[in-house]
Design a protein around this ligand. Structure first.
Ligand code: FE2
Length: 134
């Protein structure tokens, strides 16, 4: 296994099929950055795709949480917005970076820990409230 690759396991499941699938898609993009971070065109494309896909996923998750009157929705939304702001700042910085490898490594380390922590802590908190939906 390549160092820094996230392996999906059942422990990451939030109990909602389409949200699990979207989390897997985010993991796939982050893994691509770990595997091909030395290619600058891949880094740029992957960050663009991650930005689009993360926004789509956050909207889907927030829509479901709103429909269920989730008590933590506001705090959850703040975390999503903070991630979007961080990612758009990183995409700006990348345009000016000349050292692709260390950049991709640092970004990947942050993305990995952010996503894993976000799924295991923030997302997992809603699992008992809306488990079993698809
Ligand atoms: Fe979330």
């Amino acid at each position: 296994m390549t160092v820094g690759i996230i392996q999906w396991t059942d422990e990451y499941s939030v109990g909602v099929v389409h949200l699990d699938e979207q989390h897997k898609g985010l993991i796939m993009l982050i893994n691509r950055l770990a595997e091909e971070g030395h290619r600058s065109s891949v880094v740029e494309d992957t960050l663009d795709a991650l930005d689009r896909y993360a926004r789509e996923h956050f909207t889907a998750e927030e829509t479901l949480l709103r429909a269920c009157d989730d008590p933590d929705l506001d705090e959850h939304r703040r975390k999503h917005r903070a991630f979007e702001e961080w990612l758009s700042a990183i995409r700006q910085v990348y345009r000016f970076t000349t050292t692709t490898d260390p950049f991709a490594e640092t970004v990947n380390a942050f993305l990995r820990s952010w996503l894993v922590n976000h799924i295991l802590e923030t997302d997992m908190a809603y699992k008992p409230r809306l488990g079993g939906r698809s």
